[in-house]
Design a protein around this ligand. Structure first.
Ligand SMILES: [Zn+2]
Length: 296
């Protein structure tokens, strides 16, 4: 007999919903320097960890991931430098260890490095002890390679378990960037209690993977052309700008780093930079600002 939610008492369904929920909005009245919009660009440097996580150890899929480190990352870094845009890179520890010097190249260019699991594991498939152990080991690896301990986490595949928030709090992290309850930052509430942990929300709409990832042996055959994705992301930005909010984007070097797609990211950054009052910032910088503004 499976789960029968229609038999649940109110305290059961309410308890599930209230376990991890959106609390007060942390959308600030103003952005630094009188900016009209905050632009939070992020790149999840998964590289080979996507096939590795699924136990696919053959050269084919690993090469697709390797492209991210060899070609995607240098292209992305050049582009960010051209626009003077600091960004956040979420890096699985195994990916960081496989590509010597990559984490340091992010830090040296003024970008942020955040947690993204050990080997892009699925948190909801782990025991709480396994999830905790991997998160702490990953934080140690990134701290060693980046020179500072990460202050934020993006769960691999945005797979957020029943224990992820408790582990995030135990790690002393300032923010999570895996949930989707708002367009702007908010405080996470655990079982009715404000946690002080900021959520910098994401969305599949503002992620390159669902539009572009093709798999030979499954029915995954995306059909959105790169310039179609550009128009979606421009609309997302334009409304964020009109509302004075935040525009957040999640990309992957092995996906967005290809020529026909980096062309689209370039056009998007041209479009954004053509506006007055744009604040490009790392996720950590935005979190610092919204917390400060809430306390003022
Ligand atoms: Zn990832």
């Amino acid at each position: 007999m499976g789960v029968e939610p229609w038999r649940w008492d109110e305290d059961v369904w309410r308890g599930h919903v209230e376990h991890v929920r959106a609390g007060r909005s942390l959308r600030p009245a103003r952005w630094p320097g009188g900016a009209k919009v905050a632009v939070a660009l992020s790149f999840d440097s998964d590289h080979e960890t996507l096939p590795l996580r699924d136990g696919d150890v053959l050269p084919g899929k690993l090469a697709q991931g390797e492209y991210g480190a060899r070609v995607g990352v240098p292209r992305v870094l050049r582009l960010l430098e051209r626009y003077g845009a600091p960004a956040s890179f979420f890096v699985p520890a195994v990916s960081a260890l496989l590509h010597d010097g990559e984490v340091k190249s992010y830090v040296d260019a003024g970008h942020e490095v955040g947690l993204h699991g050990w080997i892009h594991e699925r948190n909801t498939a782990l025991t709480p002890a396994e999830e905790r152990d991997l998160a702490f080991r990953a934080a140690d690896v990134l701290e060693r390679l980046a020179g500072t301990r990460p202050v934020g986490i993006r769960t691999p595949s945005w797979d957020f378990s029943a224990h992820t928030l408790a582990i995030t709090r135990e790690l002393g992290l300032r923010y999570d960037s895996s949930l989707m309850a708002d367009d702007d930052c908010y405080e996470l509430v655990e079982n009715g209690e404000p946690t002080g942990v900021v959520e910098l929300p994401v969305e599949w709409i503002r992620d390159d993977a669902p539009y572009f990832v093709m798999d030979r042996f499954t029915s995954s055959r995306p059909y959105t052309p790169p310039r179609g994705v550009l128009s979606i992301w421009q609309d997302e930005f334009d409304l964020a700008y009109a509302e004075g909010g935040m525009f957040q984007l999640t990309m992957h070097p092995h996906i967005i780093g290809h020529r026909s797609r980096i062309a689209v990211l370039t056009e998007l950054l041209d479009h954004i930079s053509g506006h007055e009052g744009v604040w490009f910032a790392t996720h950590a910088q935005i979190v610092d600002h919204v917390v400060e503004a809430a306390e003022a």
